[in-house]
Design a protein around this ligand. Structure first.
Ligand code: ADP
Length: 245
C-alpha cells in the first residue's frame, strides 16, 4: 500500500512552499482568440485554462431557444494533453457534470433575459491540469463573457479550498487534491457577495467550514483584482490604439 505523502511541512508550509492561506501566482490574459467574441487565458499556478465565448447569436438547433431569454451553453473539457496520463478526448461523466454546475453558476450573473431566443456558447478548455480546473475554468468563463460584452451583474471568481493533513488550505494543487481529506470548490460573485458554486467532497466541521469561507473570500478578492486589471489592460490598450489612429 502506498503511504500518504506529508503535505504540510513542520514549519506549517505546504509542499510547494505556500502558506495555508496563500494562492498560487495568478495570471490572466484577455482576448487571446481572434475568432471568439470573448476569450481569456487563466493560470492558477500550473493550472492553465482557456475560455471562449460565442454570442449572443441565433440559438441552434432552433428548438433549444427560449422565448424570454438567451440559453447559455457551457462545455467544460480537458484536453487529452492536459494531464500526465493521456485523457480520452471524449466527454466523460465528470466533464458533463462540471459543465452543468459551471453553467448554473454563470446563470446567476448573466442577464439572459436581455437576449430572448439567442444562444450564448461558452467553451472551457483545460490546457494543463494541476488542481482546481473547474474553479479556474469558472473564472475564465466569466471573464470571457465580460470580454464578449455580455451584460452581467458581476464577474464570478472560483477557488478550491482543501483540508490536508488536518489543515484548511486555499487554491489546492493536484497533489493536495489527490491526497487531501476534503475538497471544496467555491464560486463567488465578489461584488454581490453571493456564492454561486459550492461543492464539497469529504467532511468538514462547522469551524473548518468557517475558516474555508474566510480563506475563499480573501482569495477571490485577490483573484478578482487581477481579473479586473486584465480587462482594463485590454480595453485601455484598445482605446490607445484607436486614439493613435
Ligand atoms: P478540479 O480540477 O476542479 O479540482 P477534480 O477534483 O475532479 O477537479 O480533479 C482534481 C485534479 O485531478 C485535476 O485538476 C487534475 O489535475 C487531476 N485530474 C482530473 N481528472 C483527471 C484525469 N482524467 N486524468 C488525470 N488527472 C486528472
Amino acid at each position: 500500500m502506498s503511504s500518504k505523502p506529508i503535505l504540510i511541512r513542520e514549519d506549517g508550509k505546504r509542499v510547494d512552499g505556500r502558506k495555508p492561506d496563500e494562492i498560487r501566482p495568478v495570471k490572466i490574459t484577455v482576448g487571446v482568440l481572434k475568432n471568439a467574441n470573448g476569450s481569456t487565458l487563466v493560470e492558477y499556478g500550473g493550472t492553465r485554462v482557456i475560455a471562449a465565448v460565442y454570442g449572443p447569436r441565433e440559438a441552434l438547433p432552433r428548438h433549444i431557444s427560449m422565448p424570454d431569454r438567451a440559453v447559455l451553453r457551457v462545455r467544460y473539457h480537458m484536453a487529452p494533453f492536459s494531464t500526465d496520463e493521456r485523457k480520452s478526448p471524449a466527454p466523460t461523466r465528470r466533464e458533463i457534470e462540471l459543465s452543468k454546475v459551471i453553467r448554473e453558476a454563470l446563470e446567476a450573473v448573466v442577464f439572459t433575459q436581455l437576449f430572448p431566443r439567442a444562444g450564448i456558447d461558452v467553451f472551457i478548455e483545460v490546457l494543463q491540469a494541476d488542481g482546481g480546473t473547474r474553479t479556474a475554468g469558472l473564472t475564465a468563463a466569466s471573464i470571457a463573457l465580460a470580454d464578449a460584452g455580455i451584460p452581467m451583474k458581476d464577474l464570478v471568481i472560483g477557488v478550491a479550498i482543501g483540508k490536508i493533513n488536518g489543515t484548511i488550505v486555499v487554491d489546492v494543487n493536484e497533489l493536495e487534491d489527490q491526497y487531501g481529506e476534503a475538497d471544496l470548490p467555491i464560486g463567488i460573485a465578489p461584488n454581490l457577495g453571493e456564492i454561486v458554486l459550492f461543492q464539497l467532497n469529504g467532511v468538514l466541521t462547522r469551524e473548518e467550514l468557517k475558516t474555508s469561507m474566510e480563506l475563499a473570500f480573501k482569495a477571490v478578492d485577490q483573484i478578482y483584482r487581477v481579473a479586473k486589471d486584465a480587462l482594463h489592460y485590454k480595453y485601455m490598450k484598445l482605446l490607445e490604439e484607436v486614439k493613435a489612429q
